[in-house]
Write a protein that binds this ligand. Structure first.
Ligand code: PMP
Length: 392
């Protein structure tokens, strides 16, 4: 029976990691996979997380099962950071822990489907897994252009796409630090999106995977909070894997904002049932470490300072790119106005292949780069190589 299964293509980014690892050039540059890197190219465990993990090892007295909702102390500890310290909306919000942001996106879409959603509107390009999950759930994806040619987020495209939306539609929005473009909606645009969604039957699903890596914790939540203040209901998929550096520990949460607080139990019970049938319950360790950080004022301050360092370094690389101006025919100045770890280079396949073969620079075939893979040391080489492959 299993011979009916066709070979699937390997994950493009994982294949790129293998190629990069096999390259013996000392000055090779990895801009592929989306993990944060320090100026030394490392992806260290946060000191605040290390401290929380020591506490966890010392204090945790059981590893008996939790439920499908996971560690609710973790889920609740994040609430003021995501939705605001004194948000009046929090009485209508409840969540559950998920295996990473991917688990949260999967569960949000599965829950939406259970509620009758059959079409998902989404700006493109997007994180490739969004489309894969939508397809795997048998839902229809309706794409619209995320970024306009002037390098701003294309609000008109979103408006046009949603003009004919109906009951049974959802829209999937990136809360901040858009992956792959780095082009976020401005605050004024979020205000318009909120009004638009308030008057629309569409269910908003917000994917917030990079809070704190753009402008700041509160600033990066502006879109999420503004939309939630305007609409009756929404789903929020959250990841702690970037802003706590916990990638392989798979730490995320799904939050539901219901029209009425009395609806939350019923809606979440569907989330629990879906989780039970998929992964039963989420892995504990990383979420417990996040909870211990957030329960301790000093560790929280340390974590926020570590996050600030990451944000500053990304900003510094972006500023240096923008300052370089032109690299051959590529204008680097827009990268200074964008946010988060990712950016798209306007290069074709041949140019991207040449960067790899002639310069040891590895990036996704789409032209997406991980900005955090650039350092003050390798930037000149990177800019020179972009000029070399793009010079008309
Ligand atoms: N959403 C977006 C937009 C992402 O870029 C990612 C990670 N690449 C995720 C969700 C999922 O993150 P996680 O590693 O926590 O599953």
């Amino acid at each position: 029976m299993l011979d009916r299964l066709d070979q699937q293509p390997p994950d493009a980014l994982l294949a790129l990691i293998k190629l990069h690892d096999a390259d013996s050039r000392a000055d090779k540059i990895d801009l592929g996979v989306g993990v944060y890197r320090t100026d030394d190219g490392a992806t260290p465990v946060f000191a605040s997380i290390k401290a929380a993990e020591r506490k966890l090892v010392a204090e945790q007295d059981s590893k008996a099962y939790l439920g499908p909702e996971g560690d609710m102390g973790f889920v609740h500890a994040l609430v003021p950071f995501i939705f605001g310290a004194d948000s009046p909306l929090t009485s209508r919000i409840e969540g559950m822990q998920t295996p990473g942001g991917t688990g949260a996106v999967r569960l949000a879409l599965a829950l939406a489907r259970r509620a009758g959603v059959t079409r998902v509107f989404m700006g493109t390009p997007s994180w490739p897994n969004h489309a894969q999950i939508v397809a795997d759930l048998g839902m229809e994806l309706v794409g619209f252009r995320h970024a306009a040619p002037d390098g701003t987020a294309d609000l008109d495209a979103l408006k046009t796409a949603l003009a004919n939306a109906r009951d049974g539609d959802a829209v999937l929005l990136h809360g901040c630090c858009h992956n792959p473009t780095g082009i976020d909606f401005s605050e004024a645009q979020w205000d318009e999106i909120a009004s638009l969604l308030a008057a629309s039957p569409v269910l908003p699903i917000i994917d917030l995977a990079y809070q704190g890596l753009g402008k700041g914790m509160d600033e990066d939540a502006y879109g999420t909070r503004t939309v939630l203040a305007a609409v009756p209901q929404a789903l929020i998929a959250y990841s702690c894997d970037k802003n706590f550096g916990l990638y392989r520990d798979r730490v995320g949460a799904l939050y539901v904002m219901a029209p009425d607080a009395g609806d939350l139990n019923r809606i979440l019970s569907n989330g629990h049932a879906l989780a039970r049938a998929a992964w039963s319950m989420p892995p504990d360790h990383g979420a417990a470490a996040v909870r211990l950080v957030l329960e301790d004022a000093e560790l929280t301050a340390n974590w926020l300072a570590e996050l600030q360092d990451m944000r500053s370094r990304i900003g510094q690389v972006r500023a240096a790119l923008a300052e370089a101006g032109l690299a051959g025919s590529v204008d680097l100045t827009p990268y200074g106005r964008q946010f988060g770890m990712f950016a798209m280079l306007p290069l074709d396949k041949l140019q991207i292949d040449t960067l790899r073969s002639d310069h040891g620079i590895y990036m996704a075939a789409t032209g997406r780069i991980n900005v955090a893979g650039l350092t003050m040391d390798n930037l000149p080489k990177f800019i020179g190589a972009i000029a070399a492959v793009s010079d008309p």
